[in-house]
Structures are given as C-alpha cells and as structure tokens.
Design a protein. Structure first.
Length: 330
C-alpha cells in the first residue's frame, strides 16, 4: 500500500510517498479500514521533526492520527463494524496510508451526509475538545469559558461545543482576521493578544466579567499565558492545559492558586491506553455526533490536498495561516 513516510527527522522535504507492507489481517477486535481521507495535525509536524515520537504500538515512520474510510475487514471479536461500513477514527499513528488497522473501540460512525474530507476533519479536534472541556474540565451549562488559540482546530471545535452547551465563550488569537471568522462559530467575545504582551488578556477578561473572571480556561498555548490564566480565573475555576506551542515552562503564583482554590488539569489523547481512547470516542459518538448530524456542529476545513502533495500540506500548516483543518485525500 502507499503511505506517507518520514524518511528522517527534519523539514517537510523529508516526507515521501512510498510503498510499505500492507497491514496484517485483522485479529481479535481489530478492524482494517480503507482510508479515504486523513487529517493533518501539529503532532504530525512534531513527529516529522523528531520531537514527538509515536506511542508504543503505533507506526514510527508513518504519521497520521485521524482518518475516515470504509471497513475492509474485521476481526472475529468485532461486534459492531462490518465490511463496507463508513467509519472515522483516532489512532496513535499510521493513519496517513491507504489502509490502517485499528481497535474496534476507537472507531465511530461516519454519517452518510458527510463527505470523506469532513469526516476525517472531525475526530482529533472534537474528541480532544469534548474530552478536555466536559470530561476533564467539567464544563457546565451557562458557565464562562476562555479559549486560547481559539482559531486553531481544537479551539474552533471547542467554541462550537461550548456555544451548544449554552456557555459564554471568550477567545484569544494574535490575528484579528481569524477572530472574526471564529465569531461565526459561536464565540461571544474576541481578544486580540499582542506578541509582546501575551498576559494582557487577563485584564480584559476581568473587565468583561465585572471582576469575577471566567469559570474555565482551555489553554492550547502554554508558556507565558500561565500567569495570566490564574489571574483571569474566577474562584474555583479550572485551567485545562492541552497545548504548549508557546513553551513548556511558566512561573506560578501559588498564592493565587490557593486563594482562589483553582484546579490545574493537564491532558493529552495520543498516549492514552486503547481503553481510555475508546471511552473518549464512545462519548464523542453519543454526545457530539448527534449534533453533527443535525448541523449544529461542523468540520472547519482550511484546505484539502491529495496525499501526493503532503509536503505542501505540511508547509501550509506550519505557516500558521490556516483556519481549520488541512486534510489529505487518498
């Protein structure tokens, strides 16, 4: 089968389309899927650079965490999926290939109304956002939420989910044009963050909330945003750390943490056990997909490229000019 292969750590030019061995016949609860489209994620870029190795059991050289396609074959213990079924899924790696072998539990139904590209753009961002906000962060109806990097894939998904849950949603970005685009997804208040003063958002949040702060913050940036997050949170607030594109280190004022009785939560999906991933996918299928089917939630797609143009796809994502997902088609 053809697959995207990382030939060595480096820039986009180290990627190649090569013939690799087909996956073995599925056994146990495994499902073999014929991939029609695969989403591109920043984790793929980090893996290509040699900075984010795939978890145990996942392909080291073939990237790809999310996909959509048709069931080709199913193992003897598989209960739900039959050949020909439309599915989408989330794996630790190896999805950017013509076929991917995945446990039954990490697959969800791909609604007939969705194009393959739309289905492939949903799993990583919506499962990550839904798990972080509701399972980990306990977000409730009517609460206030701040999302950093709100125009990112996970950020845009989080806006839609929080808006559907009746929350007041604030969002930050360093690009005014992207903030305007996110408004159409349900964001209530936009905050433009200058590169030389990233912590200024906290004062704007306090002013907008009458000094109370927000109930929860979804932080996809990390680094210098941390101190401002503690300042911007209301008492008993939750800081949910998902990304660290601005750095992995930050100072912390323990006095604020204790006085406000705040909770700081760290979460990631890729390294979880199959059982944990299956639970997150099941909640996605039960609570998110019904809203996709009726049009309340939607995939946000920046661009679609054939897999032969994977180098250009990586360059596009690295440019930070994207709004929504970059998707590869097979």
């Amino acid at each position: 089968m053809r697959a995207v292969v990382i030939t060595e750590p480096g820039g986009p030019e180290v990627l190649a389309i090569r013939d690799v061995p087909d996956p073995p016949a599925p056994g146990g609860d495994q499902v073999l899927v014929r991939v029609r489209a695969a989403g591109l994620n920043r984790a793929d870029i980090l893996q290509r650079r040699g900075q984010y190795p795939a978890p145990p059991g996942a392909s080291r050289d073939v990237p790809g965490m999310e996909f959509a396609g048709e069931v080709e074959a199913a193992g003897p213990a598989v209960l739900r999926w039959k050949p020909g079924r439309r599915v989408m899924g989330l794996v630790g790696g190896g999805a950017q290939a013509e076929y991917v072998l995945a446990p039954e539990g990490v697959l969800a139904e791909a609604p007939e109304a969705l194009e393959w590209v739309e289905a492939a753009a949903l799993p990583e961002v919506f499962i990550t956002a839904h798990d972080a906000l509701f399972t980990q962060g306990g977000l409730e109806l009517g609460e206030t939420l701040l999302i950093h990097a709100v125009a990112s894939g996970v950020g845009a998904a989080a806006v839609q989910l929080a808006h559907a849950a009746g929350c007041l949603v604030f969002g930050t970005s360093r690009t005014a044009e992207k903030l305007e685009k996110v408004r159409a997804l349900g964001m209530d208040e936009a905050i433009l963050v200058p590169g030389d003063n990233p912590g200024m958002f906290a004062d704007q949040i306090l002013e907008a909330t009458g000094g109370l702060g927000v109930n929860a913050i979804l932080d996809l940036v990390g680094g210098p945003y941390f101190a401002g997050n503690l300042k911007a949170l209301a008492p008993l607030g939750r800081l949910i750390c998902v990304g660290m594109t601005a750095g992995t280190e930050a100072g912390i004022d323990l006095g604020i943490l204790l006085r406000k009785r705040l909770r700081v939560l760290g979460t990631t999906l890729r390294g979880r056990t199959p059982a944990e991933k299956a639970a997150a996918v099941r909640r996605f299928g039960d609570q998110v997909l019904p809203l996709v089917r009726c049009g309340i939630l939607k995939a946000v797609i920046d661009s679609t490229l054939p897999v032969a143009e994977v180098i250009e796809a990586h360059r596009r994502l690295e440019s930070n000019a994207t709004f929504g997902k970059v998707v590869l088609t097979f």
